[in-house]
Ligand binder design. Structure first.
Ligand code: SF4
Length: 168
């Protein structure tokens, strides 16, 4: 493999394989990678101004039955410290986010055995009706898989309903 060839393919927006990506990672000076990344960024968003999105992480609940060994965040669903974030807390945190120029909420949390599709679609609708301008970047694949498991529904159905809720 050859770094220069791979970089020129990347500049033509050709997909690289995982092995080619690893080769670049291990054999290409960071400055060259940065240059190519900036060229690709210029193609997508021309101009010299690079921006970013201000968002805030808010945990939906700390109750979780996944028991990941590395996790110091979760509590067993019957633990006394379990919480489910209430609407007043969401409102306070979103108001603070907006005050600091934020426009997105990253919602994540534990696998609560009692919180299924209805809970999350209702929550998303509620948040969007209160804050239509806020984007919901909500739930990762394990959380969606958990919802499907406890409700006995397909991933496709869950994602489509969650998306409807997220879109208000
Ligand atoms: S699923 Fe998330 S919250 Fe639950 S134990 Fe694992 S890392 Fe912690």
């Amino acid at each position: 493999m050859n770094s220069k060839l791979l970089l020129s393919r990347a500049l033509k927006k050709e997909f690289l394989s995982a092995e080619e990506g690893q080769f670049l990672f291990e054999n290409t000076p960071t400055a060259d990678l940065m240059w190519v990344a900036n060229e690709l960024r210029q193609m997508a968003v021309p101009g010299d101004v690079v921006t970013w999105q201000i968002d805030r992480n808010v945990n939906t609940t700390n109750a979780c039955n996944a028991n990941c060994k590395f996790c110091n965040f979760f509590r067993h669903p019957k633990h006394a410290d379990v919480y489910i974030t209430d609407i007043e807390t969401y409102k306070r945190k979103i108001d603070e986010t907006i005050k600091f120029g934020g426009d997105q909420l990253l919602l994540q949390g534990g696998h609560h055995p009692g919180l299924g599709l209805e809970y999350y679609t209702k929550l998303f609708r509620n948040l969007k009706s209160l804050y239509p301008q806020i984007k919901l970047h909500a739930l990762g694949p394990p959380e969606v898989a958990h919802i499907c498991k406890i409700d006995g529904i397909s991933h496709e159905h869950a994602l489509s309903e969650l998306k409807k809720g997220r879109d208000g």
